[in-house]
Design a protein around this ligand. Structure first.
Ligand code: AMP
Ligand code: ZN
Length: 113
């Protein structure tokens, strides 16, 4: 499997692991854009949101709820945080294994660049 995030999930490449269960894995982004920058990923390989179907609905819900739980753990739930899925070229997706960015710990500009 050539996918970078599958290798991280399989512990073939080291990462700073934040959370793991049977279906979900979370780790700190190697190039953090804010004091909290965690990537929440499904253990199942799905390349992008474009490949989702109804069978993934529960899994996507788990990713989003895990992001909220990590935000709460970090104490950024009340001040706020951003959750982002980048999809394909125009959004700057570079790793083609779905990942939810959890970004917070500072004030974030909107709209994004
Ligand atoms: P995206 O641009 O949405 O595809 O995001 C990919 C993210 O993966 C970027 O924020 C990268 O900094 C991050 N990233 C790339 N390689 C690693 C790695 N080995 N460990 C942790 N994060 C990584
Ligand atoms: Zn993968």
């Amino acid at each position: 499997m050539s996918c970078l995030f599958c290798k991280i999930i399989n512990r073939e490449i080291p990462a700073s692991v934040v959370y793991e269960d049977e279906r979900v894995f979370a780790f700190n982004d190697i190039n953090p854009q804010a004091p909290t920058h965690v990537l929440i990923v499904p253990k199942q390989h799905v390349a992008s949101l474009n490949e989702l179907d109804a069978a993934h609905d529960a899994l996507v819900g788990e990713l989003v709820r895990r992001a909220a739980a990590i935000a709460k753990d970090r104490g950024i739930d009340a001040p706020g945080y951003r959750t982002v899925f980048n999809t394909n070229r125009d959004a700057g997706q570079t790793v083609f294994h779905i990942h939810l960015h959890l970004i917070g710990g500072r004030s974030l500009a909107w709209p994004p660049g």
